[in-house]
Design a protein around this ligand. Structure first.
Ligand code: ATP
Ligand code: MN
Length: 250
């Protein structure tokens, strides 16, 4: 075989290996982006989706060095996403200048917003997966877990793993988020907290600045979600009022 032909075959085989476990619902454009991301981040292959939520799917990606990333791919066209984005980006000054005229643009805005929020939180010392890059509808962050097996959500822990110390850890993350990052999560619950070597806050696309309209209402809802979960497990929780007092809000 001539050298250039051999290279072509190798390239094709490599592409198949890269994507064979990724489902077929992704758009052709998404595949192109995933290929670009793979060469940039030294990714050997993408594994099957570990979750498919309302707005996105998350895939582990393994690098040639054996490191894992979590790759969150937003669906490019769902009416649910469109509604949610309009709801959450409305009134957020950082995104007001974006004239989002179609769903694809809205989704890209959404992914960028999650990346921005993750970055602010990460730099402020909140335990979040380290943000790596965002490219159109794809966000790459550090993988929380081991060997491509994700860490459990707070929701998935057994009764004896749910302790007062864990509750305190969650509340202190909330405190750093508000006081240092100046952000309110807006969808905090046992479903968006992972527990591994420490507590990790995930799914921050809808987070808004504490000064935004409705931010305090969202903050109260976040606190109540966390309190409800821990008190249902027999943990004595602080009152919402006491938690609010610990936060630098006016
Ligand atoms: P849903 O609509 O179900 O809330 P989502 O589309 O909002 O999901 P996320 O909550 O960000 O997306 O992620 C979905 C799931 O993927 C999480 O519940 C978690 O199991 C997994 N996951 C997310 N980020 C990571 C990460 N960095 N490392 C490992 N697993 C992750
Ligand atoms: Mn989620």
């Amino acid at each position: 075989m001539k050298l250039f032909e051999k290279k072509k075959v190798e390239k094709r085989r490599k592409d198949e290996d890269l994507f064979k476990v990724v489902d077929s619902t992704l758009s052709p454009r998404t595949y192109v982006l995933l290929e670009e991301i793979a060469s940039k981040l030294n990714i050997d292959y993408y594994l099957g989706a570990i979750s498919s939520g309302k707005e996105a799917k998350v895939y582990p990606a393994k690098t040639f060095d054996g490191k894992y990333y979590a790759v969150k791919i937003y669906y490019v066209s769902t009416s649910a996403s469109k509604r949610a984005i309009q709801k959450y980006t409305f009134g957020d000054k950082r995104f007001e200048d974006i004239k989002a005229t179609n769903t694809r643009k809205l989704i890209i805005t959404w992914a960028r917003k999650e990346f921005k929020n993750l970055s602010i939180m990460y730099e402020s010392g909140v335990n979040v997966p380290k943000p790596i890059l965002v490219k159109e509808n794809i966000l790459v962050m550090d993988f929380i877990g081991e060997n491509g097996k994700r860490a459990p959500l707070l929701k998935e822990l057994s009764e004896d793993e749910i302790t007062k110390d864990l509750y305190d850890e969650v509340i202190s993350q909330l405190e750093i988020m508000v006081n240092k990052a100046k952000l309110v999560h807006g969808d905090l619950s046992e479903y968006n907290i992972m527990v591994w070597d420490k507590v990790y806050i995930i799914d921050v696309s809808q987070a808004i600045f504490i000064e935004s309209e409705n931010a305090i209402d969202l903050l109260i809802r976040d606190i109540e979600n966390v309190n409800k979960f821990f008190s249902s497990k027999g943990i004595e929780v602080y009152s919402t009022e006491d938690i609010l007092k610990r936060l630098n809000i006016t």
